[in-house]
Ligand binder design. Structure first.
Ligand code: KG4
Ligand code: ZN
Length: 362
């Protein structure tokens, strides 16, 4: 363990402008300014709008994070360099570089997916974290990713399962949109599904019988959902109560199939690559139904399943970037070098298998 240090972290990878101050696994502040309302009327993130909103808000968000943490100058900086929207990432990176030059402190580039993977370890006591043993397995379920990652140890990752098409969060968002629930739809779909009967309709279970492939796929389920929704919601004069019941049942059916598929593939991968711990991160990890189903793997497979400590830590947030950034710093032992700042650049398609430490060895 190195010395304890204060990290100022920034994430502008998608539609949240976020800055945080962390110290080891402790969160001193975590400011998340969501752009949801800005993008809602378009039904998805509009990159140009996101960039402009990040630019307008970044200074205020960083100031607020420092103030709330009562920190005037951190020891190091951490910033998301990818994966994400290129022009959005650029805003956070420029701000972080400017601060690094100004304060003459090291800037650590962070992989957003690695940060989601390690997020269940944030805000936990040291005693609890000690229970985690590597190799472990990670599951990232967000709007952009559905990935199962074998974690040999912190910093050494291999993707063992991923989606052929949509990410699970993206699929939930699209289903919610078909039902007219709004954007982003994952959390709304969860609310409606709670009142519905998931057996009332039938939708196909993706990759049934092909679980060994370790592949997720949501496009077939989505198309089937579209057909079912068009059929069921065609008659608009069936009465408000009937229509509401249909929406509840459709939401429940879709969510059930989306998660059954997800958990079946994860279960199979853990049987193929036995581990004692599963770390789950990303926006969809906030879903209680999914948590319940993944928890069942604990007794079935003798596994410990880890979730982020709060809903804020599931979605995009800079606290996870600070936590992960400190670990990258410990591994790479970088120092402040102004001329090396140019090596840090946005990497929209960065994979969790790519090592960012090589940035400093270049
Ligand atoms: O991690 P995240 O904030 O951003 C990405 O990196 O993509 O994840 C956003 C995704 C969205 O698809 C959103 O609908 C989903 O997480 N989400 C949920 C819930 N809360 C957010 N999905 C299901 N249930 C929820 N409660
Ligand atoms: Zn994310």
């Amino acid at each position: 363990m190195g010395r304890v240090m204060k990290v100022l972290a920034i994430d502008t990878s998608c539609d949240e402008t976020s800055a945080a101050v962390t110290e080891g696994g402790k969160i001193l502040s975590n400011v998340v300014w969501s752009q949801i309302r800005l993008h809602a009327k378009w039904g998805g993130v509009v990159p140009g709008l996101a960039q402009r909103a990040h630019e307008e808000r970044i200074d205020a968000v960083v100031d607020r994070a420092l103030k709330r943490a009562k920190v005037t100058k951190p020891d190091i900086l951490a910033v998301t360099v990818g994966p994400g929207l290129a022009i959005a990432l650029g805003v956070g990176i420029s701000k972080a570089k400017a601060l690094s030059k100004n304060w003459r402190i090291p800037l650590v580039p962070v992989n957003h997916v690695e940060a989601h993977l390690l997020s269940p370890l944030l805000s936990q006591t040291e005693q609890v974290v000690k229970r985690l043993h590597y190799p472990a397995m990670g599951l990232v379920v967000s709007g952009g990713h559905t990935e199962v990652v074998s974690i040999e140890k912190e910093g050494v990752y291999r993707i063992v399962g991923k989606t052929l098409d949509d990410a699970v969060g993206e699929a939930l968002d699209k289903a919610a949109r078909m039902l007219g629930l709004g954007y982003p739809g994952g959390a709304l779909l969860e609310k409606f599904a709670k009142f519905g009967d998931m057996k009332h309709y039938s939708l196909p279970l993706p990759m049934a019988g092909k679980e060994n492939s370790g592949v997720f796929s949501y496009s077939g389920l989505k198309t089937a959902m579209w057909r079912l929704v068009s059929q069921e919601l065609k008659e608009t004069n069936c009465g408000v109560d009937v229509e509401r019941k249909k929406i509840f049942d459709l939401a429940a059916t879709f969510q059930d199939k989306a998660f059954s598929h997800l958990v079946r593939i994860v279960r199979r991968l853990i049987i193929l690559y036995p581990v004692g711990d599963l770390l789950v991160g990303g926006g969809v990890a906030a879903n209680n139904e999914l948590r319940k189903r993944l928890r069942r793997l604990e007794t079935d497979l003798g596994l410990r399943v880890w979730f982020p400590n709060s809903k804020v830590l599931c979605g995009d947030n800079a606290a996870m970037i600070g936590f992960c950034g400190e670990k990258v710093f410990e591994r790479s032992r970088i120092e402040f070098q102004q001329d090396k700042l140019d090596l840090i650049d946005r990497q929209p398609r960065l994979s969790v298998e790519d090592s960012l430490e090589k940035t400093f060895r270049a």
